[in-house]
Structure formats: structure tokens, C-alpha cells
Ligand binder design. Structure first.
Ligand code: ANZ
Length: 845
């Protein structure tokens, strides 16, 4: 290790002269020293317990770091330093989620290659993050766009493919011709693109899909064991959306009025309400729409189906929207009572869920009630409240469970039992069966984009119409027919499949990805057969699905990471990031991890057993920070003015990590003032002796409290405790060396630059975090509370936690109000109460 050196701008003479706290004298110096000496570099060490502390890695946007990033990173940094000081081998890495739309759009606008933009942005992010002095092992930096990284993302894709979990399908997507791209549901509003307001249509397109649904039950079961915020766990459960119910067949009524062979299968979670089904609804995209629609209704049905295709799923399921639909002219037979019920088409029923068809029970389903009211369809009661009658009118849908009524053999059964009885009845007759459905859909994994990982699949291809067979060369633009039905995996030895250099990244108007234009890259001949590469790329989620594994061994050439490294560092012990990733990232990563577990790549089947969401940092106006509001805080500016430690400390001091909190410049002055008080404290004479006994309780109590707070991520209260200790010590004339050392150790995770500087000034060897964590002696801590026994008729009946300072009168009131004491009083007034503060309370009844 080298000795720290002053930068030219900060001569040691200046620092010595000026006795005020000036972070600019030493913060940069320590940052450089930490980096140069790689003090945060970690290796596998089987003799030490490990901790893996992970941040959600950033997308390196052109705007640079904003204050929300350090909110989480400062917490994990402080926690990591604390763990390191307590003797743990701590992995705390950083990297870049660097594929993504903004770099590509910027490229289209300016002609700069996305790789160049990305590199520039990464450099800026790294510089900004390094200014924060974080405990980060930079030798493990990963970048999802690096070919060495892409190689293993593609390798995982091939595993998925091999296991039958990646497949092609024609799926309806939101296609926007004007933007030349497919849009996510979230990007479509009222049938128009959110950006630009261009028309969007739902149309089927060949896509690569990942069969996440095959893992639905495991993803759901796994949620239970996670130490995650309850809200996030609930969102994962809802997203997976398990529903138990039944599928039921309704025979379509033929022209002669009798049941035909055609059946409509519905999914229902309420088979107990089958007697209340008064009509049926098919989704507009249901395959039977064509065949069952009667001629008289055909024109109207067609118009409705076309209009529905222009709406996104989100628009269709919006409960505020008026329900619309059309009658098909057809009827179907309710299997339980033979009733003929009309078959309608309505867009509130979705093609992709259940069977795409429902039995409508307007008496007990809100959407059906609204629809039946609008189209004057019958509404029947088939469930009643426990004390209500079967004849009570329905003012609105009553979805709550109750007692079956007007339902023949189900009458009198509570909902749960009625469901079971109905399913048995249906199964006995072969007209239905028990069914469990999940809301979760398979994951549309392809994007018509340039700046993503190429999907490592090739297809055989042949000369198209008009091509010269002998001289066929698709690279030269000859007509070509690609056999998409015969996908072939690229051999692992050919990975990574790199992106071709291209000049023009813009999407085309016809849904062909930009890579389709890179003919020389796309087509190749091998042993007399021409092949075409897949031209769709992976979504940005792909790289973030497994990056935590790469950090364990970032340069590994033979696997996602060396098994020994995976074994040592697994799992991530603490994962910190924003709540906006409640579902997609966290669900996709859990899915990949379970797949990798099944392939034997990882030793346990959850990637992030413990998750903490940091709260948002709001603008000074209490609103979400946004460019348009002009309330965005740039960390660089704050550090220029206050220094890194004051910035970090303020972020931690603002409030509990999980809470959202408004930024306040005045708060920064407060933390800076605290740091200069610490500076002043260390300016006192340092004496080589133990601190006096009267300080014991305060010092040992602070050591204990700060340690517990840091271990529990309660940074704000840890800082308060250090502030109190500082105030007490400032009243004294000297600072004993052991006290100075312990103080620096306690301060080190929170204000690492200042702590390092003070540690060195008192003659210790940097880094302070390797100087150990101070121990405390429990019996030196005089508690501010004590246990007070309360006796009733000579027997101890309760123990109160009483403040040292409480008076006898207060103690009497508390003792008599205690539930346990009240029980023995049995409503009577006590005959006598004796209070001995600090000892006991005695009550005589
Ligand atoms: C009859 C019924 C009666 C229903 C009742 C509910 C209450 P979850 O919990 O979301 O699974 N449904 C089924 N498939 C649908 C689709 N493709 N689009 C829209 N709605 C669909 O809800 C399942 C319920 O949603 C099913 O149970 C069905 O309506 C409807 F008192 O069937 B139910």
C-alpha cells in the first residue's frame, strides 16, 4: 500500500494552518487512496463469513446520476463498511444495465453509435459514483453490453431454449406503424401511442416467448419465504394471480333448437353461481366468433371486433369504461338447468385469459351486472347473505360469498361447499372440471430494436421467387424465403453473437427489426446451406436477470461464474433498490434464477432472500423530482458545495431508509455543522489514558446503540446517537486516545472520509474500517429504565418498565392502570397502595 498524498490544490501547509473542518482538504485524497490501494477489493476467503450487499444497478442515462441513486447506494455502502469492520468479507459491487431505448433513440437522432453514447454515459456515472467515496470493488464492474457479458446472457437463453422454455408464437402485440415499433401495454392510451398520439392496433406477430407460466406455482410459493416488504410480496402474488375454479362446457344451440357439437368452454371462479348464468360472453378474438355468429348479426359483429382490435388490454379492462358488446344471434345451453342463454361478444372479456369466454352471472359479478343493466339482460340471485332471503331484490352485484339459493341441489350450502359440490356434479357428467388459472402470461421476449442482445437462433433459408438458384446470395439482397418453423440454436462455441456495425438504427415501417437490414450479418452459408439469423433482440430485462451472479466472478470464461465463486457468495444477503421494480425485474430475475437452479448453476432457488426498498427523495417542494418541475438535485452540485461526507450523512439522516422524504438544503448545513463539531472534538488534546468511569455508560451505550442501528439499517438514529456523544465530549478539555479511536471507528461507516482523516491524525494506520469495530460492556450501561414489580396481596402479579425519573405518584397510576393488576382488583378500589420508587409497588385489595 502506498502512503496517501495530497493533491496539488491542497497543500499540507494549508491544511495544517486552517483549523476549521474543510472536507475539500482530504476527501479527494482518501478517495484516490482507497482506489489506488484497492481497499474494497475482495476475494473468496473460506475462513471468513461473507456478506453480499447489492444495489439495483443503474441504467447509465445521459442525464447522469440523480440524487435518488445515492439514496440507496449510500445506505448499502454504510452497511457494507459496518459489516467489514465487524470482520466480514463483504462483496459490494457496481455495474451498468446499459442496453436500452434512450441510447438507441439518441443514436437515431444524432447518428452517434449507441455503444459510444453508452461508453460516455458509463464514464460519467462512474466518475460521479466514485466522488461519493463508496466501498465498491471496481475490479468487478460489469456492463451488460460488453460482449463477454452478452455471451452468457445468450448462453442462458440457449439453456431456456433447450429446456423448452423459449419458443416462438404468433401473439397479438400493440403495433404502431407510425413509430415502427411494438409498444408495451403501458405505452398505449385510448388506442393511441403515449408518445406522439399515433394509432396503435393489436395484431399478431411472430415473437420469441419465455414460458414463465411453467414456473407460476413455484414463483408464488417462493414469495412466502422472502424477507421483502409486504407490499412488494402482495404485488408479486397479484401479478402471478392464482385463481381456483372450474371450466364448464356450454353446448351451442343449433339451427334446429337442439344442442350442437360446438361447445363454448368457460373459466369461472364461481361454479357455485352456475344457476345464475343468464348469458355468455366471448372475447372479440375468440376462435368461435366467426362460426357461431348468425347472418343477421354478422355485419354488426364484424364492426365490433375491428373496433376492439384498436384498444389496448388496459383500456378494455378499465372498470370506469362503459361496457359495450354485441349479440351474436346464437344461444347456448346451461348444463345445470338446460336454459338457453344468449351468446354475446364484449371487449371486457379478454382473449388471453382463462378460455377467452365467460358465463355471465350479473347477480354476483360487477362487470356482468353493469353489462346486463346496459343491455337489459336478466339478473338472478343465486347467493344470499346468512340472514337474508332468496327473494331479496338485487340493487347491485353481490360478489361476496354467502349461502346458495335458487340453485336446486346447492340450496343452503355456503359458497365454498357449493363450489365443491358443483364441480363434483360437473365432473360426474363430463361437462366440466376443476381448474387453476394464473394471471401471469408468458413473457414476450423479443424486441424490434438494434441496441439489445441478439437472440442466438438461426433459421434455414432458401431462394425466393425470382432468385437465381445458382448464384443465390441473400447478402446481396436476393429474394429469400426464411423457414421460421425450423429454428436452430447457435452453437455455444460461437457465442457471443455480436451486433453488426450499422449506420442507420431506425425501425422500419413494416415491423421488421433494424437488424434485418444488416444483410451481410444476417445471412451466412455453411456446408451449402444458407442460414438467416434471428433479427429480434432481447429486452432490457435480460441483462438485469442475472448480473448479481456475474459480480461473483466477472471475468469467468467458462461459465456465468465459477461454481466455487457462486457457492461462496450465494445468495445476495441484502438487495436494495426502488419500489418501481416490485414486479417485472424482480419476477423475471426470480424466474431465471429458478431455471438456473434447475440446471445446477446456483445452489439455492431464490436470488434475493432479503430486499429493502429505499424511499423516494422528493424535491424541496415535496413533489417527485422531475426535470419539468425544475426541482431536481444534482449530487455533483451538492458535493461541490458541502463535500461528500456531509452529502452522504444528510441522505442517511433525512429519515428512515424506506420512507420517502423531501430534500432540504438547510438539512445539509446541519450535517456539515455536526462534522465540523467532530473536527473540533479531535482538535482537543489527545491523551494516552483510559476515559473516566463517569463516561462509561454513555460511551458503551453509544457503541451498542450505533452497532445495533447500523445492523438494522437505522442510519438516522445511529447518527443521532453520535451527535449526542459528540455534544457530551465537546464539554470536556481532552480526548482520551481509546475514546478517540472508538469514535473514529463508529463514525467510519457514516462519514468515511473524515473518519479516515482523523484515524490517521491520531497516528493509526488506514483504512479505519480494518481497525475493527469497538466492543461494549453491557454492565457498564446504566439503563434509563428499570423493571418494577407490582404485588397484589403480597404476590407479584405484573412487572412494569419504569423510567428512572418517574415519581411515586406516576408509578402508582401506572401500576393501577395495568391490565394484569386490574384483573386482581376485579373492579374494586384498592384498600392500600405502597410505592417504593426504584423497588416495588404493593397493592392490598
Ligand atoms: C362466473 C362468475 C360469477 C365469475 C361470479 C365471477 C363472479 P379471476 O379471479 O380474475 O381469475 N373471467 C374469466 N375469464 C375471463 C376473461 N378471459 N376475461 C374477463 N373475465 C374473465 O376471475 C375469474 C372470473 O373472471 C371468472 O369467474 C369469470 O367470471 C371472469 F359471481 O365466472 B366468473
Amino acid at each position: 500500500m502506498t502512503e496517501p498524498t495530497q493533491t496539488a490544490a491542497q497543500t499540507s501547509a494549508e491544511a495544517a494552518d486552517d483549523n476549521r473542518y474543510n472536507p475539500f482538504d482530504f476527501e479527494q485524497k482518501w478517495q484516490q487512496w482507497w482506489l489506488e490501494n484497492e481497499v474494497f477489493r475482495v476475494e473468496i476467503d473460506p475462513d471468513k463469513p461473507k456478506s453480499y450487499v447489492l444495489d439495483m444497478f443503474p441504467y447509465p442515462s445521459g442525464a447522469g446520476l440523480y440524487v435518488g441513486h445515492p439514496a440507496g447506494y449510500t445506505a448499502t455502502d454504510t452497511y457494507s463498511r459496518y459489516l467489514r469492520a465487524t470482520g466480514r468479507n463483504v462483496l459490494h459491487p457496481m455495474g451498468w444495465d446499459a442496453f436500452g431505448l434512450p441510447a438507441e433513440q439518441y443514436a437515431i437522432k444524432t447518428g452517434t453509435h449507441p455503444a459510444d453514447t453508452t461508453r460516455k454515459n458509463i464514464d460519467n456515472f462512474r466518475r460521479q459514483i466514485q466522488r461519493l467515496g463508496y466501498f465498491l470493488d471496481w475490479s468487478r464492474e460489469v456492463d451488460t453490453t460488453d460482449p463477454n457479458y452478452v455471451r452468457w446472457t445468450q448462453w442462458i437463453f440457449l439453456k431456456l431454449y433447450e429446456m423448452g422454455l423459449a419458443y416462438q408464437a404468433e401473439v397479438p402485440v400493440n403495433w404502431c406503424a407510425a413509430l415502427g415499433t411494438v409498444l408495451a401495454n403501458e405505452e398505449v392510451i385510448d388506442g393511441k401511442s403515449e408518445r406522439g398520439g399515433h394509432p396503435v392496433v393489436r395484431m399478431p406477430m411472430r415473437q420469441w416467448m419465455l414460458r414463465i407460466t411453467a414456473y407460476a406455482q413455484r414463483l408464488l410459493d417462493g414469495v412466502e419465504g422472502l424477507e421483502w416488504p409486504e407490499g412488494i410480496k402482495a404485488m408479486q402474488r397479484n401479478w402471478i394471480g392464482r385463481s381456483e375454479g372450474a371450466e364448464v362446457d356450454f353446448a351451442v344451440v343449433g339451427a334446429d333448437g337442439a344442442a350442437s357439437d360446438e361447445t363454448i368452454r368457460v373459466f369461472t371462479t364461481r361454479p357455485d353461481t352456475l344457476f345464475g348464468a343468464t348469458y355468455m360472453v366471448l372475447a372479440p378474438e375468440h376462435e368461435l366468433v366467426e362460426s357461431i355468429t348468425r347472418d343477421a348479426q354478422r355485419a354488426e359483429v364484424q364492426a365490433y371486433v375491428e373496433a376492439a382490435a384498436r384498444l389496448s388490454e388496459r383500456d378494455r379492462t378499465d372498470d370506469r369504461k362503459d361496457k359495450t358488446g354485441v349479440f351474436t344471434g346464437a344461444y347456448a345451453v346451461n348444463p345445470v338447468n338446460g336454459a338457453h342463454v344468449p351468446v354475446w361478444i364484449a371487449d371486457y372479456v379478454l382473449g388471453g385469459y382463462g378460455t377467452g369466454a365467460i358465463m355471465a352471472v350479473p347477480g354476483h359479478d360487477e362487470r356482468d351486472f353493469a353489462f346486463a343493466t346496459a343491455y337489459d339482460l336478466p339478473i338472478l340471485r343465486v347467493v344470499r347473505g346468512t340472514s337474508a332471503s332468496a327473494d331479496d331484490a338485487l340493487e347491485s352485484a353481490e360478489p361476496a360469498p354467502g349461502i346458495a339459493c335458487n340453485s336446486d341441489f346447492l340450496d343452503g350450502l355456503p359458497t365454498a361447499a357449493a363450489k365443491d359440490a358443483m364441480i363434483d356434479w360437473l365432473e360426474d357428467r363430463g361437462v366440466g372440471e376443476r381448474q387453476i388459472n394464473f394471471k401471469l402470461r408468458d413473457w414476450v421476449f423479443s424486441r424490434q430494436r438494434y441496441w439489445g442482445e441478439p437472440i442466438p437462433i438461426v433459421y434455414p433459408c432458401y431462394p425466393g421467387e425470382g432468385a437465381d438458384r445458382a448464384l443465390f446470395d441473400p447478402c446481396a439482397g436476393d429474394p429469400v424465403v426464411i423457414d421460421y418453423d425450423n429454428p436452430t440454436a447457435v452453437d455455444v462455441s460461437e457465442l457471443p453473437i455480436r451486433l453488426p456495425e450499422m449506420e442507420n438504427f431506425a425501425p422500419t415501417g413494416d415491423a421488421e427489426p433494424p437488424l434485418a437490414r444488416a444483410l451481410a450479418w444476417r445471412f451466412f452459408e455453411r456446408d451449402g446451406q444458407w442460414w438467416a439469423r434471428e433479427t429480434n433482440t432481447m429486452p432490457q430485462w435480460a441483462g438485469s436477470c442475472w448480473y448479481y451472479l456475474r459480480f461473483m466472478d466477472p471475468d469467468c470464461e467458462s461459465a456465468v461464474a465459477d461454481p466455487a465463486a457462486v457457492d461462496y457468495w450465494s445468495s445476495v444477503d441484502l438487495y436494495v433498490g426502488g419500489a418501481e421494480h416490485a414486479v417485472l425485474h424482480l419476477l423475471y430475475a426470480r424466474f431465471w434464477h429458478k431455471v438456473l437452479f434447475d440446471c445446477g448453476v446456483v445452489p439455492d432457488d431464490e436470488p434475493f432472500p432479503r430486499l429493502v426498498n429505499q424511499g423516494l427523495i422528493l424535491g424541496e417542494d415535496g413533489e417527485k423530482m422531475s426535470k419539468s418541475r425544475g426541482n431536481v438535485i444534482n449530487p455533483d452540485d451538492v458535493i461541490d458545495q458541502y463535500g461528500t461526507d456531509a452529502f452522504r450523512l444528510y441522505i442517511l439522516f433525512m429519515g428512515p431508509l424506506e420512507k420517502s422524504k423531501p430534500w432540504q438544503m438547510s438539512g445539509l448545513q446541519g450535517t456539515k455543522r455536526f462534522l465540523s463539531r467532530v473536527w473540533t472534538l479531535f482538535g482537543k488534546e489527545i491523551v494516552d489514558r483510559e476515559w473516566p468511569a463517569e463516561l462509561d455508560s454513555l460511551v458503551h451505550g453509544t457503541i451498542k446503540g450505533v452497532g445495533e442501528d447500523l445492523a438494522e439499517l437505522r442510519f438516522n438514529t445511529a447518527i443521532s446517537k453520535l451527535m449526542e456523544l459528540t455534544n457530551a465530549l465537546l464539554k470536556r478539555d481532552v480526548l482520551e486516545r481509546p475514546l478517540a479511536m472508538d469514535f473514529a471507528r463508529l463514525l467510519a461507516p457514516l462519514a468515511p472520509h473524515l473518519a479516515e482523516e482523523l484515524w490517521e491524525r491520531i497516528g493509526e494506520v488506514a483504512p479505519v474500517m480494518d481497525g475493527g469495530w469497538p466492543g461494549h460492556e453491557e454492565d457498564k450501561i446504566v439503563s434509563a429504565t428499570y423493571e418494577l414489580p407490582v404485588m397484589v396481596n403480597g404476590k407479584v402479579r405484573a412487572k412494569l418498565v419504569a423510567p428512572q425519573a418517574a415519581s411515586g405518584d406516576q408509578l402508582e397510576v401506572w401500576a393501577l392502570a395495568d391490565e394484569r393488576v386490574q384483573k386482581w382488583l376485579d373492579g374494586k378500589a384498592p384498600r392500600k397502595v405502597i410505592v417504593v420508587p426504584g423497588k416495588m409497588v404493593s397493592v392490598v385489595v
